[in-house]
Design a binder for this molecule. Structure first.
Ligand code: RUQ
Ligand code: CUA
Length: 681
């Protein structure tokens, strides 16, 4: 592997690099010489050491939770580390038939946007909430790339509780980045767009890219107690592409850093157009100063139109609010707030070490990894070591901010994390390896092949002040021969690597759900003790809740029928319903009366144009059904909840429109036919 890299480099560094990138897959297959998929590191994993390092005995719990983004499935998946066991899938931007998220009436509003109902997104970067620069286990923030959104997952329930659309943004990729005490979660645009300053984009010729397109960086305020998000202000920035971001720590605590590419402002064929300049920029923004400028009245305001969807705790129902304006700062009016640091060639990852002194920029097309010094940056600002300006933003001299470069690290550096012991680990997409190097002298000390084409890598807390430097998870884009073939599409692969010693050791491969980009992990005891076991029935404020069986009923209002139902092992109340007519819209509001851990009941009706819904103990959820033909329709519980689960079923009779069958409902005993009156219990 190393020889191959060196060969490529000595031959003709740039051309070889570009060739290698274009022929990425050819290079990956070189990385396993015998074609069997058994690379050298696999042999490590076969040793009983590796096996016992990841073995979590039946009934025992993992040491850490990890949260992997699902990429194009719009979800987050939770794995135990070190076992790699899949614990849960948390739907965020995508409807999830498994539990009815985005299908049932309570959660649909979570997916409302100014573009209408958008039941999907491309979820890249999970970030755990912070306290004093370390993870606190309260919330997980994630981004939606395609229809710009930021979501918050509550780690008490592992549910998405808030989704906010980001205005003036297109491709919300460098997002979401919490500051060290969740003062702000910061989100930047990937695509720049021509803003019409009225909350939309203007209809201009695409040839006007250079003049009219702008990017934006959003500052979302987080309520310190509840976690609620609120868009405080934006900074309108030059029309580059903003790729990734990370916040400072310690001395650099007040700053957040963004990689940018396409400083050429090419509007087309960016694979060439955006790779012309030898350097693009690392944008440094002093968020504290920005917040101060915002307070001191440097803000402008423009109309906007974006959705903010929040789950109400009492009713367990999402509500959408439409926001109509947004405040913004212009960097040219806010001296000292923003600087540009030249960074080699279309940089991707920007990662700040645990001390907050070093900013590592991974230029995917660059042959070295530049490491910037925050102290030097401060000096350069003081001494005005500028190399001109761009859109009124000072550009700092490369040499004046550079600590040094990691030489010949490998091909296609993307992301870096830290172990808290003075080492950095960088993923190499093209040469399919993880490279370990020292922060003090920038010397490469170890490398390990990964299978294949690693994107992000993650060390638990590796982006915080306090990394848990025992494991590293590499998230690979290509799996090829690692698992049994499953047709043209294979699961992506995560690989768990032991980084506790001098040499990295491959411990485990585990397949992931869809495409993990970034991930986060946290020691289990920061999350597990707070996990909610069930919702308390007497705190259920859902307007259609039936807190006991005697509150269940079926009522008609015009052609809308509300069936207020309960579920408990092993029956629904009511389980016989008559008097529904073709043309009615029926809402089944099912309250799960269980007050016990891990006893959800499901609910499904034949022919419903939606998924089942899965109701957690103590909660109420609503399934909407519009029967189209007269007849008798079964309904049943979809979750095997007891030995008599299969008996947990019932019937709904649907009569023709205008029929005189009255509303009737019952369970077990004789029929009750007085509309609106409680059933026979
Ligand atoms: S990005 S590797 Cu969002 Cu690096 Cu995926
Ligand atoms: Cu309730 Cu099965």
């Amino acid at each position: 592997m190393e020889t191959l890299i060196n060969k490529l480099k000595t031959a003709a560094p740039k051309a070889a690099l570009l060739m290698a990138i274009a022929a990425g897959s050819a290079l990956q297959s070189c990385s396993k010489s015998d074609g069997s998929g058994n690379g050298g590191a696999t042999a490590d994993a076969l040793s009983s050491d590796a096996a016992s390092a990841v073995y979590v005995a039946p009934g025992k719990h993992d040491e850490l939770y990890s949260f992997l983004s699902g990429g194009f499935n719009g979800q987050v998946s939770v794995y135990g580390i070190p076992s790699g066991r899949l614990l849960k899938i948390i739907p965020v931007f995508s409807q999830h038939a498994e539990n009815g998220y985005g299908y049932n009436e309570e959660t649909k509003a979570m997916l409302n946007t100014s573009h209408g109902f958008v039941p999907w997104d491309d979820l890249h970067h999970p970030k755990l909430s912070r306290a004093n620069g370390t993870t606190d286990g309260r919330w997980l923030f994630v981004n939606g790339n395609n229809t710009p959104r930021v979501a918050r997952i509550d780690l008490k329930t592992f549910e998405t509780v808030e989704i906010m659309e980001i205005p003036n943004s297109a491709g919300n990729h460098c997002s979401p980045y919490p500051t060290n005490n969740n003062e702000y979660v910061i989100a930047g645009t990937r695509f720049s767009v021509p803003l019409d300053m009225k909350g939309g984009t203007s209809d201009v010729s695409l040839e006007n890219y250079e003049k009219e397109f702008r990017g934006s960086i959003s500052f979302i305020k987080i309520d310190p107690k509840e976690g609620d998000m609120e868009l405080d202000f934006q900074i309108l920035v030059p029309g580059f592409d903003y790729d990734l971001a990370n916040g400072g720590k310690g001395p650099s605590e007040d700053w957040v850093f963004f990689t940018t590419y396409n400083s050429e402002k090419a509007g087309t064929l960016k694979e060439i157009g955006a790779s012309q300049n030898d350097k693009d920029y690392l944008a440094a923004i002093n968020w504290k100063l920005a917040a101060k400028y915002a307070k001191e009245g440097k803000l402008h305001e423009m109309p906007a139109n974006y959705y903010h969807n929040k789950m109400d705790k009492g009713t367990h129902t999402a509500k959408s609010t439409v926001k109509k304006n947004v405040r913004y700062l212009l960097p040219e009016e806010c001296p000292g707030m923003m600087y540009l640091l030249p960074a080699p060639k279309s940089p991707h990852g920007i990662d700040v070490d645990p001390s907050g002194e070093f900013m590592v920029v991974s230029g995917k097309l660059a042959s070295a990894i530049p490491v910037f010094s925050f102290a030097k940056m401060q000096d350069a600002i003081k001494n005005k070591a500028f190399d001109g300006e761009k859109n009124g933003i000072p550009v700092l001299k490369y040499e004046s901010v550079l600590k040094g470069e990691v030489k010949e690290p490998g091909l296609g550096p993307l992301h870096t994390e830290f172990d808290g012991k003075g080492n950095a680990y960088t993923s190499m997409f093209v040469s399919s390896e993880v490279v370990k190097w020292k922060l003090n002298d920038l010397k490469v000390v170890d490398r390990i092949p990964v299978y294949y084409s690693v994107g992000h890598l993650m060390i638990p807390g590796g982006d915080t002040k306090e990394p848990y430097g025992k494991y590293l998870v590499a998230m690979n884009k290509i799996t090829k021969d690692r698992y049994l073939p499953t047709g043209p599409e294979l699961a992506h692969a995560a690989q768990l690597i032991d980084i506790s010693g001098e040499k990295m050791k491959l411990l485990l491969d585990f397949p992931t759900v869809a495409e993990p980009h970034y991930a986060q992990a946290i020691v289990a005891n920061k999350v597990a003790p707070n996990s909610v076991k069930f919702h308390k029935l007497d705190e259920n404020k859902h307007p259609q809740a039936a807190r006991k069986e005697s509150e269940a009923n079926v009522t008609r209002k015009g052609n809308v029928v509300h069936a207020k139902m309960t579920s408990i092992r092993s029956h629904f109340t009511p389980d016989n319903i008559e008097g529904v007519q073709v043309g009615d819209t029926v809402y089944f509001h099912v309250t799960n009366l269980e007050q016990d851990w891990d006893v959800p009941h499901g609910f499904a009706v034949m022919g419903a144009n939606t998924s089942e819904t899965l109701i957690m103990p103590g909660a109420t959820q609503t399934l909407k059904w519009v029967p189209k033909k007269a007849g008798v329709y079964p309904m049943y519980c979809t979750d095997f909840c007891s030995a008599l689960h299969q008996e947990m079923q019932g019937y709904i009779r649907v009569s023709p429109k205008g029929s005189n069958v009255p509303i009737k409902f019952s369970t077990g005993k004789k029929k009750q036919n007085i509309p609106g009156v409680a059933s026979t219990k």
